[in-house]
Each structure stands twice: as C-alpha cells, then as structure tokens.
Design a protein around this ligand. Structure first.
Ligand SMILES: Cc1cc2nc3c(=O)[nH]c(=O)nc-3n(C[C@H](O)[C@H](O)[C@H](O)COP(=O)(O)OP(=O)(O)OC[C@H]3O[C@@H](n4cnc5c(N)ncnc54)[C@H](O)[C@@H]3O)c2cc1C
Length: 456
C-alpha cells in the first residue's frame, strides 16, 4: 500500500502531525501506525482489587495506543522554553512558543475550552522562592486534567479517522530507504511512502535506538533523572497550586551542588505505576472534575544525573536503580519521610497509622536501600528547603514513592527542520530526545507537518 506520508506512533507528536497535514494538505494520503490500541480499547488491568500490580501486558495501555504516553496523563500543557524539551534550539524560541500556543488553541477547539490556563507571570512566589534559595521557573500551564484530556483526544480522533488511515496494534518493525522511498513493515505487511515521520516516544526508545544503528543516524545520550514521588495533604501546597497549578522549582544542593527539581505536580491527584520496557516506576496525574479528586497532592523530586565520556548508558543506570526497587518491593516502594530520616523501613502498620493515606498500593520499604546516597541526600535537602515555603513538606507522614525515573531518549541527530540525513525522514517528539513533554512533542508534530505541506 502506498502513502504520501507514513507516521509511526500515535502519541501527541504523531497526532498533531496528522492533524496539521490533514488541514494543510488534504490531498495527501496519510497513514498512522500505532503499536497499541485505539483510545477506547486502552485499559490498564490494575484495578487495585483483583489485580494490584503490573502484569506486564503485551503493550502497556498507559504508555501506548492512540494518545501515546499522554492519554491518561494529567494533561498539563506547559507553554515554555524553560523546560519540557529543547525544541527551541532547533526552531527558535519564538516559533516554539507560537507552536505551543497553536496546539493549545486546537485543544480548546476540541473540548478543552473552559479549562484553566495558569501562569507564573507576576507571581509573588518567585520572590518567596528566591528568599529561600529556591528558583521558580517561568511557564504558562494549561491543565486539561485526565478527564478532559481524554475527551480532547476522542474528538481529535473522530475528526481524523476518515481523513487518515489508522493501523492499531501495528508495531512497525523495520524501515528501509531506497530510491527516495521508505518501506516500512508491520504485521508482516509492507507499506511505502515518500515521507516518514517517526514519533515513537519513550516506549519506542529501544526500537528507535536500533533503527538509528541500522540506518547509521548519529545519536548521543548522557542524562537520566532519578528521584521519588512525594505525596502529602493537598493543603500543604494549596497556596502554590491554587495560583500556579504546577510549580517547577529548582534547588542546588549545598552538599554536592547537584540540581534537584520538582516535576509533574498533581494537586489533589493520584500516584500511579508506570511501565517502561518492563520496569515499574512511579508517576502521577489528577482530574479536572472535583468529584474525582483526592485529598493529596503529589509531585516528583528529581536529581539530574549527567554522565561524561566514556560512560554512555545513562538510561541503563536509571533502569538498574528502578530494577532494584522492583526486586525489593515487587514494584514501587513507599516510605514515610520520618522513617527514612530515622533509618527504618516503613511497614504496613506505620503506613496504615499515617495521617496521609497513600493513593497507590505500593510496598512499604526502605528507599535508602535503593537510591544512591548522593541522590537520596539531594532529595532530603530539597524536602527541607521546600518545607520553608510549604511548611509540612518535611512532616514524618509525607510519603515518598520510589523510584521515579525520567528516562531521556538518546538525542538523534537531525537538522533545523527535524529531518535526519535521509531526505523526508523526520524524527520528532520524545523519541527524538529533543522533547520531553506534551506541548513540545505536539509542537514538533505541527512543525514538520507544515514543512511537508509547504513542499507538497
Ligand atoms: C503517566 C504519565 C503522565 C504524564 N503527564 C504529563 C503531563 O501532565 N504533561 C506533560 O507535558 N507530559 C506528561 N507526560 C509525558 C508525555 O506524555 C510525553 O512527553 C508525550 O506523550 C510525548 O509524546 P510523543 O508523541 O513524543 O510520544 P508518546 O506519547 O510516547 O507516543 C509514542 C507512541 O508511539 C507508539 N510506538 C512506539 N514504538 C512504535 C513502533 N515501533 N511502531 C508503532 N508505534 C510505536 C507508542 O505505542 C506510543 O503510543 C506524562 C507521561 C506519563 C506516562
């Protein structure tokens, strides 16, 4: 079957490529190949009762399927160049922001209108943070919430489904390039196209690496972020979350000079498992609908680990630490901050007697047996620093789930058009290593679609 454009991966990057192409170049024949299920068939079997922990499905419904890793996410679209990726290094800061704003407009048109756009601009917390040696990063954040995010995806799919050929449960195995034609194989069938957009996200990182090796596309990787997810009563952070929703706060530790940051803050949210290539780590999300909200707020505290030559396997380093927690706890471990400080493991009784009720069924344990000392020391220092602007953060009952790992895909060598050395082969979204967020991944999809449409 012949197409003009083949898109691999139906996460935000792939979806926004397809959307923009269908608007600007309706004459083009477009196919989207997705390893996972359609949106309505995506269901994680963990119900907290019969199935309490990950059973390692063939494709993980949290990470794969229409909507990509973001489908059941908190739907926080951060409009900023300060974090979430380095797209601006390729396409310029102004264009990157314009594209993120455009993505926000589309999300509003397809069901997101009425959701709140928060901003750090003019916030009094900037000063409060600096006074306590903490640094609040600038951003506008649209919080769709897990529920509205789903509706937006559903509406975009309904718009796209008669304009684009979708192939679900169709993992692309191989890509060949010959005489300006890309041939991809999925489910033992071959399909061809003149242009190919790869947007395989984090779950496709290993596959992406193998394709780059086969096609001799240069890559580099040297970073992994490791830490814990903190869960505490929503009141502790409500003065910040009510005004900013999410605050990205960075702290430089006194002991080692490492940077620790807050990440993915979910007011009144839930802590969830995440499965990346069979390794269970932790994440979080929250709903826009007050009826589905909890009494807790969660956020990650991450320490960035950059490695220098000759070590190249930063993700494997993160995986090994996550595996250790999986080995000790059979999945994610939870520990009270007070227990960690006193050097004792948390057990079922201590968690049950705690004033904070965990939203994730994790195994009580000891994170100091899992996390390297340098990382753990950084996290503890940051918790005490945050306690100054949000008193109660360092309470005994604050829960720490481990481990949270932010894997970075290796950065693929592409030019300022996000095109590889092969003409018409674009690598975008988190799979390129250039973006790490919904808004940046979506913006990169719009960016390449506009170029393809322009040269059509
Ligand atoms: C629980 C959770 C919560 C999150 N919350 C937020 C948030 O609030 N805000 C934010 O900015 N970011 C959040 N993120 C991160 C965000 O989801 C990603 O940055 C974003 O989805 C990246 O988009 P993408 O299109 O590049 O990749 P993905 O969304 O990862 O999509 C890639 C798709 O490609 C498919 N695929 C992979 N390999 C192949 C192959 N060989 N053939 C066919 N298909 C393939 C995968 O199945 C997947 O569906 C969250 C992530 C998770 C897991």
């Amino acid at each position: 079957m012949n197409y003009d454009v083949i898109i691999i991966g139906a996460g935000p990057g792939g979806i926004f490529s397809a959307y923009e192409l269908s608007k600007l170049a309706p004459n083009l024949k477009i196919a989207v190949f997705e390893a996972g299920n359609p949106l309505n068939k995506r269901k994680c079997p963990i119900d907290g009762k019969k199935i309490k922990s990950c059973i390692e499905c063939k494709t993980c419904s949290i990470m794969s399927g229409f909507g990509g890793a973001g489908a059941f996410s908190d739907g926080k679209y951060n409009i900023t160049n300060d974090f979430g990726g380095t797209l601006y290094e390729y396409i310029g800061k102004q264009q990157a922001i314009e594209l993120m704003k455009y993505v926000d407009e589309i999300n509003m048109q397809y069901g997101g209108s009425g959701t709140k756009l928060y901003s750090t601009a003019g916030s009094k917390f900037k000063k409060v943070c600096i006074q306590n040696d903490l640094h609040l990063l600038d951003a506008s954040v649209r919080h769709l919430g897990t529920d509205i995010n789903y509706i937006v995806l559903e509406n975009i799919y309904n718009y796209l489904c008669d304009k684009v050929d979708f192939f679900f449960n169709s993992h692309v195995d191989k890509i060949k390039y010959e005489n300006d034609v890309y041939t991809i194989s999925a489910k033992n069938q071959e399909y061809t196209s003149g242009k190919c957009i790869i947007s395989v996200g984090r779950s496709g990182s290993k596959w992406m690496e193998s394709i780059c090796k086969e096609m001799n596309i240069p890559t580099q990787s040297n970073r992994v972020d490791i830490g814990v997810r903190v869960e505490l009563p929503a009141e502790v952070f409500s003065h910040l979350t009510d005004e900013l929703y999410e605050s990205k706060i960075v702290y430089r530790t006194q002991k080692y000079g490492d940077k620790v940051r807050t990440f993915c803050m979910n007011p009144r949210g839930e802590v969830v498992n995440e499965n990346t290539n069979g390794i269970i780590t932790v994440n979080g999300h929250s709903y826009e609908d007050p009826a589905k909200q909890t009494n807790n707020t969660n956020f990650a505290l991450l320490v960035a680990k950059h490695f220098s030559e000759p070590f190249k396997y930063s993700n494997s380093y993160g995986e090994s630490i996550a595996r250790l927690s999986n080995m000790l706890g059979g999945g994610v471990i939870v520990q009270r901050f007070g227990d960690l400080i006193r050097g004792q493991r948390s057990n079922k009784n201590r968690i049950e007697e705690s004033f904070v009720t965990p939203t994730l069924n994790a195994t009580p344990g000891d994170l100091s047996l899992v996390l390297p000392k340098r990382i753990l020391d950084g996290i503890i220092e940051m918790i005490y620093a945050l306690d100054k602007i949000a008193p109660g953060t360092a309470n005994d009952d604050t829960l720490l789930y481990g481990v949270e790992v932010k894997f970075y895909n290796m950065e693929v060598k592409v030019n300022e058009n996000l095109e590889t050395k092969y003409k018409g082969l674009y690598i975008i979204g988190d799979g390129s290593g250039i973006t790490h967020s919904l808004s940046h991944a979506s913006a990169s999809g719009v960016f390449v679609a506009r170029q393809i449409a322009e040269n059509n």
